[in-house]
Each structure stands twice: as C-alpha cells, then as structure tokens.
Design a protein around this ligand. Sequence first.
Ligand SMILES: O=C(O)CCC(=O)C(=O)O
Ligand SMILES: [Fe+2]
Length: 334
Amino acid sequence: MTSAAVEQDNLFIPLIDFAPFRGGSAADKKAVANDIVNGFRNAGFIYLKNHGISPAAVASVFGQSAKFFQLPQDQKDKLAWYSAEANRGYTAHGREKVSMADVEDVDALRESNPDLKESLEIGRDDEPQFPNMWPPQEGESQWPTEFRKETMGFFEQCKEMHRLVMSSIAVGLGIGETWFDGFTSDGDNTLRLLHYPAVSREVFEKNVGQVRAGEHTDYGSMTLLFQDARGGLQVESPNGNFVDATPIPDTIVVNAGDLMARWSNDYIKSTKHRVVEPPNKTSEYPARYSIAYFCNPNFTSKIEAIPGTVAEGVQKYEPIISGEYLVQRLTATY
Ligand SMILES: O=C(O)CCC(=O)C(=O)O
Ligand SMILES: [Fe+2]
C-alpha cells in the first residue's frame, strides 16, 4: 500500500511498503516496482517501509556513530579523508561544501558559511590501495574492532538493499528484474556517518542562509538515508521551494543520484536537498545524526542509456565509466 510521506507544494514523495517486493507474487512485485519508479520519476525521492533492514541493526549503527564522533578531535583528525579516489576518512565541519557552484567558488562558500557537520566515509574494506580510516586499537578497549565489524556488517546489508531497489526499478521499467545485477555486484559504495552537532538557534538567526548541510544533489545511482527524529531534511519541490522531508520511524529515505538520472536519460530525477534548522523552534537544538549510504554502479561499469528510457531515439548523454564520473564529481567538491 502506498501513501504520501510528503505532500506539499506539488512535491509528492510516496511512502512505499517494500515487503511485497521482497516476498510477493509477480503481480505484487510489479505494483511496488511501478510505485518506486513513479516516485523516482516525479520526486526523485521515496520512503521505504518494511525494507528488510531491522530497526535494531539501524539503531546499533547510530550508537556506533555517536561513539565515533565522541572521540577527541585530534584522534578524529588523524583519520582525515585523504583523496577523491579513495573517498574514505573523516571530514570536519566546514571542510566539504557540497554545492552547485563552480570549483573556484567552493573556497569562498566554505569561509562564509561552513556546514555545521562532521562525517566519516567508509568504503568497501577489501581494497588495500584505499584503506578505510579506522580508529586505532589502543589499550584494552575492544571498541575499534566492534566499530569496524558493525559498520561493515551494515555496509553489506545496504549493498543488498541497493541490489533490491535497483531490481525494483528494472521491474518497473519492464527490462527484467536482474538487469542491474551486474552493476551492483562489486559494492563500490560509501557508508557516510553524519553528525550535526548541537547548535543554538541564535546561530541560524545571526547568519542568514546558515544551514546544517547546503543544498546539493547526490552523485551516484541512489542514496539510502537513515535519519533520526530531529528533522531538518528538506527536498526541493517542482516549484523550486524546499519542503520538509519529515522523519518517519523505521523508514529509509531513498533518493536517486545524478548518475541514475544520466543513466535513465533523465527519466528518473536527481533532486536537490539540504539540511536546515529543525522545524520545531527551540533555543537550543540537540545534535542530529544521520547515516547516508551512497550507492554507485560498479566503478568499472560503462553507463549508457538504459533500454526504454530513450524517447524517440534521442540519447542525451555520452556513455561514461562509473568510477571516472564519481571521481570527477568528488574532486570538484573537496
Ligand atoms: O543528513 C541528511 O539527512 C542528509 C545528508 C545528505 O544529503 C548527504 O550527505 O548527501
Ligand atoms: Fe545528499
């Protein structure tokens, strides 16, 4: 059953029950798949419930994330994000400024309005040339081992989720449910733990345009976003206004990225979003945590228009190698 998660200013983001896709008849699957494709086509965003990742698993990774960000600043700084090719490591507030602006403007933006956030990017753990930046094992504490085990376990669950949602898109497009399987097998994805520190309302009042994360689109095929109950995520409506994407417990917000839009000849939308001051005003805002899992087609895959998405034979984009596209985009951001 599909209802509205968000319905405002011509932005309709469906709340879709994913269970019938995971375990239903062919007709059930097709119905869910159609809703998913329509959501990506119209809004670029959907919410999924009964998605198959347990609330306990999600809660546990949120707990690990909170422990990570509690580490002393100098310890986190030693784990710094080190290259676009690797896209792994820790980023302090204000270093990254995702924006639609030209590369030259990024520095200016960074100085005027640093994002109020910090993040840790974690990639697949089997590429020795691009190591993950794990907190070191020190003394008696077993926590670093636990942190690595939990986050990588979650990484694998999200990798499977990516395969399933891509499979639903294939069913919705009528190209056969395994069409994308050869593109999701490597797991060239990034798990990003995000922490938006507690901040007083004054900061938003004194600085016009102050946000927790600037408006941007995501780069890859899709993003699985797990948000806590704090609120502040907004999605751009077809009229160009930002609308609250209110947290709904135990759901995943899934949005299509720029490479998905390109791959589908813009049949699917990659929609701008941002994180702002929470909607319920108080003098102090508590910390907000979110977990974004950025999914990408295998980095070695050639991305060219998906069959059936090229209207009247007009293919808008040249084929491109997935990994090259992503490195280009990341290089322009950091
Ligand atoms: O924290 C959020 O809710 C959104 C994060 C996001 O959009 C991103 O990291 O790309
Ligand atoms: Fe995003």
